[in-house]
Ligand binder design. Structure first.
Ligand code: PEP
Ligand code: MN
Length: 343
């Protein structure tokens, strides 16, 4: 349930409510909206308690949340969540953001050349993988901490926030030292202990949808992070596995539109992994903008033929630059113009 506070509630009202919830073995999470303060209560709430809470001083009304996901639901919070990053970049709301960079960080030259180019083209966040989930253990698995150091150097050099994947609980503290956003990859969407741990860092987390993750499972996964008192969750649709083999995955555009209705969390689209084919990245980026995505994550490489991972889906530097031109025009048309550049 959510408890909607009246406009003139007092701190004493809040502590009485929390005490009553505590006595009932429940926990309330306070959510500050621009207009109202609400307390989201998760757990088994019986109807009598709901009635009792609705009569407590300072309470305006009590509403039952029908969905199994509570903290991520629009029923709990109507306004869009905006996740603030360093360098004056925010994700969500009425602005569009673009995250771009190589699938894997391969060398200083490769990362810096890509970073300079995507920054000049108007990207807001630099991506680059240091711990890579690969289907085969014999494929390139990333530079590890050396890659994180290069990413942090590029952050300082180009003044833009960075995002990279954390694959395991083992590396959460390490990755959190270097990266502004912790990416949870598709393969880890339901690694619940990892979700708890990234939640505890308080850092922004981008949660990718699993290869076979339903929308409900994806939003329930986000609850693990949110319930660690970390409201900074960004969702990322990266394509799901279907019977279709012509594309690497099937970018689920309907899911983007639906999740924007069901949840207040920002949704980023990743047409690179969503299609696996570089020449589908532009059309699917535009389609993502049209269905209401809050941003894009795009893989870019100075020389995709030589990339150590995901070359076939990576854009060349000039192709990315062209995409940014077309994407900004459409973003304006749909009323979510490109955010200001990082500063
Ligand atoms: C990635 O972004 O590099 C990645 C591995 O993505 P996903 O988890 O969506 O496969
Ligand atoms: Mn990749």
């Amino acid at each position: 349930m959510i408890i909607i506070m009246s406009n003139d509630f007092t701190p004493d009202n809040l502590s009485d409510i929390n005490k009553r919830l505590d006595d009932g073995g429940l926990q309330g999470k306070q959510i500050e909206g621009t207009e109202k303060t609400v307390i989201a209560v998760v757990g088994n709430v019986y109807p009598e308690l709901r009635d009792e809470m609705s009569r407590m001083p300072g309470v305006s009304s009590v509403v039952r949340i029908s969905k199994p996901y509570k903290l991520s639901s629009r029923e709990t919070k109507q306004e869009d969540t905006i996740v603030d990053l360093p360098f004056n970049v925010s994700v969500g709301g009425n602005q569009f953001v673009v995250m771009a960079g190589p699938c894997s960080i391969e060398s200083r030259e490769q990362l810096f050349e890509t970073a300079a180019s995507v920054k000049a083209a108007g990207a807001h966040v630099l991506r680059g993988g240091a711990f890579k989930p690969r289907s085969s253990p014999y494929s390139f698995r990333g530079l590890g901490e050396e890659g994180l150091k290069l990413l942090f150097e590029a952050r300082e050099e180009f003044n833009m926030p960075v995002i990279t994947e954390v694959l395991s609980v083992r590396d959460v503290d390490l990755v959190a030292q270097y990266s502004d956003v912790l990416q949870i990859g598709a393969r880890n969407m339901q690694n619940f202990i990892l979700l708890d741990e990234v939640g505890k860092t308080g850092k922004p987390v981008m949660l990718k949808r699993a290869l076979s993750g339903s929308i409900e499972e994806w939003l329930l996964a986000s609850e693990y992070i949110l319930s660690q008192d970390n409201p900074n969750v960004i969702l990322c649709e990266r394509g799901i596995r279907t019977f279709e083999k012509a594309t690497r995955n099937t970018l689920d555009l309907g899911a983007i539109a639906l999740v924007k209705q069901l949840s207040h969390l920002p949704v980023i689209s990743d047409p690179s992994h969503g299609t696996g084919l570089w020449d589908l990245v532009e059309p699917m980026s535009l389609a993502s903008i049209a269905v209401g995505a809050d941003g894009l994550m795009i893989e870019v490489h100075p020389n995709p033929e030589l990339a150590l991972s995901d070359g076939p889906q990576s854009l060349k530097l000039d192709t990315f630059n062209n995409l940014m031109g077309v994407a900004s025009n459409l973003a304006k048309v749909v009323g979510k113009p490109m955010a200001e550049l990082p500063s």
